[in-house]
Ligand binder design. Structure first.
Ligand code: 13P
Length: 251
C-alpha cells in the first residue's frame, strides 16, 4: 500500500550527543501516533545510539548512504549489512549531494539499492534535476535516466522502495518547487513506474518531495495526489519545524 511518509535527512550535522538529544526530543514530541510514517536518517555513527531511543512504532531510523560492496577491504565504507545490524530500517540512496560530490553513478547506485534490499533495508531512492536541466525543460528525461538504477529490480523488490524527487535547485536554497511543478513531475515519475511495472505497483509506490520543505508549504505540497510526503533537510534539525511538517498530514 502507498504510504504517506515524512523523512528527515540530517546530512552531516549534529555531534553524537546533539543527535541523541534531537532524537529524544522528537520522540517525546510525537506523543500521539502521527498520521504518516516518520523516519529520521542520521549519520552512520548515530544509528546504534538513536535506534533504541525512539519508539519504533512511530519513528523509523535510517542511514544516509551505504557501500556498493557487501564487505571486505573498503577502508572507511559502511555496508548495508552493518547499517541493518544497528536496527536501522531505511537508507537514503542517490541523494544529489552523493551524486555531485562523490561521483555516484547509475551503476553504483544500482549496486547500493540491491545490497540495501538484500539486507532488509528500505531504500529511499532520490532523483532530481539541476537548475540548468530544469531551465532547458529536461527534467523528465533526467529523472527517467536516474530511475535506471532501480528499473532492473524485480517487481517484488521494486515494491519495497520509496522514491524521493528532489530538484537540486530547491535543496537548501529556500526555493521550493511549486505544488504544480511537484505534482507534474511526480505524476510523470509514477507514469514511468507504471510503464515498467504496471499500474498497481505504481499506485502503491510512495513518492516524496524534497527541497526547502517547511511547515508553511508542506500541506500544499502534500495535498497533491502524487506527492506522498517529504524528504526534509534543514527543517529536520529542529523538532518544532519537523513536527510542523508531520502535522501537515493531521489537519
Ligand atoms: P532541504 O530541506 O534543506 O532543502 O534539503 C532537502 C534534502 O536534500 C533532503 O534530502
Amino acid at each position: 500500500m502507498r504510504k504517506n511518509i515524512v523523512a528527515g535527512n540530517w546530512k552531516m550535522n549534529k555531534t553524537l550527543q546533539e543527535g541523541i538529544a534531537l532524537a529524544k526530543e522528537l520522540n517525546e514530541a510525537l506523543a500521539e501516533k502521527p498520521n504518516c510514517d516518520v523516519v529520521i536518517c542520521t549519520p552512520f555513527i548515530h544509528l546504534a545510539s538513536v535506534t533504541p531511543l525512539v519508539d519504533a512504532a512511530k519513528i523509523g531510523v535510517g542511514a544516509e548512504n551505504c557501500a556498493d560492496k557487501a564487505s571486505g577491504a573498503y577502508t572507511g565504507e559502511v555496508s548495508a549489512e552493518m547499517v541493518a545490524s544497528t536496527g536501522a530500517k531505511y537508507v537514503i540512496l542517490g541523494h544529489s549531494e552523493r551524486r555531485a560530490y562523490y561521483g555516484e553513478t547509475v551503476a553504483i547506485l544500482e549496486e547500493k539499492v540491491k545490497l540495501a534490499l538484500a539486507n532488509g533495508l528500505t531504500p529511499i531512492f532520490c532523483i532530481g534535476e539541476v537548475l540548468e536541466e530544469r531551465e532547458a525543460n529536461k527534467q523528465n528525461e533526467v529523472v527517467a535516466a536516474q530511475m535506471e538504477s532501480v528499473f532492473s529490480l524485480s517487481p517484488e523488490d521494486f515494491s519495497k522502495i520509496v522514491l524521493a524527487y528532489e530538484p537540486v535547485w530547491a535543496i537548501g536554497t529556500g526555493k521550493t518547487a511549486t505544488p504544480e511543478q511537484a505534482q507534474e513531475i511526480h505524476a510523470f515519475i509514477r507514469s514511468i513506474v507504471a510503464d515498467k511495472y504496471g499500474k498497481e505497483i505504481a499506485d502503491n509506490t510512495s513518492i516524496l518531495y524534497g527541497g526547502s520543505c517547511k511547515p508553511s508549504n508542506a500541506k500544499e505540497l502534500f495535498s497533491n495526489p502524487d506527492v506522498d510526503g517529504g524528504l526534509i533537510g534543514g527543517a529536520a534539525l529542529k523538532v518544532s519545524d519537523f513536527k510542523g511538517i508531520i502535522d501537515a498530514f493531521n489537519a
